[in-house]
Design a protein around this ligand. Structure first.
Ligand SMILES: *[C@@H]1O[C@H](CO)[C@@H](O)[C@H](O)[C@H]1NC(C)=O
Length: 284
């Protein structure tokens, strides 16, 4: 009797373990662990993971090098939420990034970029966004923010589904880039898998006020923080059909009216011959 009872308990435990494991797999959602789900790409010792479950990561930049990391896995569509806090004080010349990219060695890579360009103390960061498809980019939009992103953590999100790419800050949409293939426009990343990348590096030849303001190395090392990364790839997730509702459309307009500082679709000088084809569909 005793051993049969024990066997039943063991069977029950195994079944429970299998069910829990299956649930974890199929939800494909949850907090990433910077120790196990990510790996350094450069500046190895300057990539420091901390916190229970590896939920926080700090990147530093000093005279020697910047630093960066990427996801071990590749994704085809998904929603990524990352809480970030940027270099504080005089961050001129520094660039902090969060982006998706497919294998760059092909020469035909796809990319979805968030880049945060530092500034001298008291002057605003610039958020630079871009989309690459099959090695082609030139789809920049830039913004200022309605808060100082070096004081607190804020959530920066990329929604990438078959219909659109959305860039969000604390759930406020900054930018939408749509797939117009039903209008014969093929510029949209939708076939190649991409990894999540992040980095902190020196770009004082162009980043701040057009390269006029250089990095003040007496303030080094510079540090940017990442935490609580959430990667949602569940095909039944809301991100798969995420689009603008009336409220988020209003927020997007508010950002465009008050905080957008560059839009490639209105750069007549640069595209004096012809604008990229999606520009004629205007924007939201
Ligand atoms: C830095 O501040 C200047 C002046 O406010 C502003 O024009 C610029 O967009 C800011 N950002 C960068 C990256 O230069």
């Amino acid at each position: 009797m005793g051993t049969r009872h024990d066997n039943n308990v063991i069977v029950l435990e195994v079944v429970t373990a299998v069910v829990v494991a299956l649930m974890l797999c199929t939800t494909a959602y949850g907090l990433g662990n910077f120790n196990t789900d990510f790996e350094p790409t450069f500046g190895g010792p300057r990539v420091r993971v901390s916190g229970p479950g590896g939920q926080q990561l700090a990147l530093t930049l000093d005279r020697g090098s910047g630093s960066g990391f990427r996801s071990k896995r590749e994704y085809l569509f998904g929603r990524i939420d990352m809480q970030m806090k940027f270099v504080s004080g005089n961050s001129a010349g520094t660039v902090t990034t969060l982006y998706l990219s497919s294998d760059q060695s092909t020469g035909r890579h796809d990319e979805i970029d968030f880049e945060f360009l530092g500034n001298v103390s008291g002057q605003p960061y610039t958020i630079h966004t871009n989309v690459f498809s099959q090695g082609q980019g030139n789809r920049e939009q830039q913004f200022h923010l309605w808060f100082d992103p070096s004081l607190n953590f804020h959530t920066y999100s990329i929604v990438w589904n078959p219909k659109l790419i959305m860039f969000l800050v604390d759930e406020t949409p900054l930018r939408i880039f749509r797939n117009y293939e039903n209008k014969g426009i093929t510029f949209f990343p939708k076939i190649q898998q991409q990894r999540i990348y992040a980095s902190l590096w020196n770009a004082d030849d162009w980043a701040t006020q057009g390269g006029l303001v250089k990095t003040d190395w007496s303030k080094a090392p510079f540090t940017a923080y990442y935490r609580n990364v959430n990667i949602n790839t569940a095909r039944n997730g809301r991100w798969m059909t995420h689009d603008l509702d009336a409220n988020s459309r209003r927020k997007l307009r508010w950002v465009q009216r008050n905080y957008m500082i560059y839009n490639y679709c209105t750069d007549w000088k640069r595209f004096s011959q012809a604008f990229p084809p999606e520009c004629k569909h205007g924007f939201e």
